[in-house]
Design a protein around this ligand. Structure first.
Ligand code: ADP
Length: 479
């Protein structure tokens, strides 16, 4: 109950401070908690007062929502292009105004004609962001905004660089983030915000259903925000479940590379150990930033280490608090369909997840060991860069690798591709080995190399483990 009172005063304070998104997240959580307590019969007396209090808080929340909307509209008004008659030369049309809410598929990465913005441009943008982060640091040191010092005040409707609206969009974000701990903002930008990942869907063998679902869950809500409302609201959370080394992290990286949403990646164990006292604040800020940069995806690896069953022996205070914060934030994600934030989680131990977290990870998909076709394709991908000797039949090898995970198979391929060099150096001394630098050492991988490597590698996942996943998926899977 005390926590509820604390949340109420935090929600009101955040609203007073102008942190409307944060305030709305808190109000959503408070009302959710009150509803839960009322439906679960936790309120024995004073029910009428509870109903009144809930209505009052609901009104406050509506007010904050309106304030946030008004302010956003105001900003949009500032950015409206002029209504002057367009010039006759289509090439001198002013650039479109910056998007109100997002970058990603809608605001970033796409140019006129619908083609992807070149890597060059993307790189420049990253650099600009980096500079801004530096700028923030130096501003915080001398306590003043460099723009105030070096540039004349901007006129209404004028963007900071006078070319396009992207800078003013960045400035808005910067203003929003200014009220947070700069160290934490920098930590997220440096360690958690992922850039320049390069994993394509095509470099992942098999897992076609998972790829399809992820594409739908991440891309469609950004393309059709008006469709994904109400009952069709985007998924709050998708959880990839499966044995280790089956490609869960790889899939998350492909989402980051291919879907062009802003991608934040963090592992639960890092959250609970590395940032200790600041972990809750970090989670709150992480979601705030995800909303600011929406559409966004937050990838949480090893979610099980956070979501240990409540009250279970292994549940540490730190992870309990981080988990509670995560639940609050995930509930808050559904507040605004215009700013989709998807939590993408991965776990090798789904049975460790507690119910509250499991419920919020609405889609629970199984990432299995590779089947025969996926194994053959995985071999092809892994051995793409090495020469294969005549007589190597990858379909035959794929049959022998039944029960191996993707990571096991990658190890087999690595091992096999080293064997030629090993054979070559076996009988040589150090001087002779040094002389190899100028010779061809890249010998083709033979069938025997592969067979030996398979013999030397044991699958890391047992049949018993696989059955355990099957049982859990039957009970809790939601595809
Ligand atoms: P998980 O997150 O499920 O534990 P990872 O995604 O980290 O597993 O995979 C570990 C490694 O195994 C990858 O870096 C990749 O080399 C290989 N791998 C696993 N599954 C696949 C797959 N389906 N396609 C291609 N490589 C895979």
């Amino acid at each position: 109950m005390e926590q509820l009172y604390r949340d109420i005063s935090s929600a009101r304070k955040a609203a007073k401070d102008g942190a409307y998104s944060h305030s709305l997240v808190l109000y959503t959580s408070i009302l959710g908690q009150m509803n839960k307590m009322m439906t679960e019969g936790a309120i024995e007396s004073g029910r009428t007062e509870w109903v009144q209090a809930r209505a009052k808080l609901s009104n406050e929340m509506a007010l904050v929502k309106k304030l946030e909307k008004d302010i956003n509209d105001l900003k949009l008004g500032d950015d409206q292009p002029s209504t002057e008659t367009p010039p006759s030369d289509p090439d001198v049309w002013p650039l479109p105004p910056p998007r109100k809410t997002t970058g990603g598929m809608r605001g970033r990465g796409m140019t006129k004609g619908g083609t992807s913005r070149s890597r060059e441009e993307e790189k420049k943008r990253e650099e600009r962001r980096g500079e801004k982060s530096m700028l923030r640091k130096s501003n915080s040191q001398n306590g003043m905004d460099r723009r105030d010092k070096e540039q004349p005040a901007l006129k209404k409707g004028e963007s900071t660089d006078g070319r396009d609206g992207r800078n003013s969009e960045d400035d808005q974000r910067r203003e929003q983030l200014a009220k947070y701990d700069k160290e934490l903002v920098d930590t997220i930008e440096r360690d958690i915000l992922q850039k320049n990942l390069d994993v394509r869907w095509s470099s992942i063998a098999g897992l076609e259903d998972a790829k399809k679902l992820l594409k739908e869950a991440v891309i469609l809500p950004t393309v059709l925000p008006h469709f994904f409302k109400g009952i069709r609201r985007p998924w709050k959370g998708v959880c990839m479940v499966g044995p280790p080394g089956t490609g869960k992290t790889l899939l998350a990286k492909a989402v980051a590379t291919e879907c062009k949403t802003t991608f934040f990646s963090v592992s639960s164990s890092t959250l609970t150990s590395k940032y200790r006292g600041d972990s809750e604040k970090l989670v709150r800020l992480l979601f705030e930033m995800a909303r600011l940069y929406a559409p966004s995806t937050i990838f949480i690896d090893e979610i099980d280490s956070l979501g240990g069953r409540r009250g279970s022996e292994g549940e540490h205070e730190a992870s309990r608090r981080v988990k509670s914060q995560l639940l609050v934030e995930m509930d808050g994600c559904s507040v605004d369909a215009e700013k989709p934030v998807l939590v993408l989680a991965a776990t090798n131990f789904p049975w460790e997840l507690d119910e509250a977290l499991r419920r919020r990870l609405e889609k629970r998909i199984y990432i299995p060991l590779p089947d025969l076709a996926a194994r053959e394709s995985l071999l092809r991908i892994s051995l793409e860069e090495v020469e294969l000797a005549a007589g190597v039949d990858l379909a035959e090898m794929a049959k022998l690798l039944d029960g191996f995970s993707g990571a096991d198979m990658t190890n087999v391929c690595r091992e096999a591709s080293m064997m030629g060099l090993r054979r070559l150096t076996e009988s040589l001394d150090a001087m002779q080995i040094a002389a190899l630098a100028n010779q061809k050492v890249d010998l083709p991988v033979t069938r025997d190399d592969l067979l030996t490597a398979i013999k030397r590698t044991s699958p890391s996942v047992s049949q018993k483990d696989v059955e355990k996943y099957a049982v859990w998926m039957r009970e809790f899977g939601a595809v």
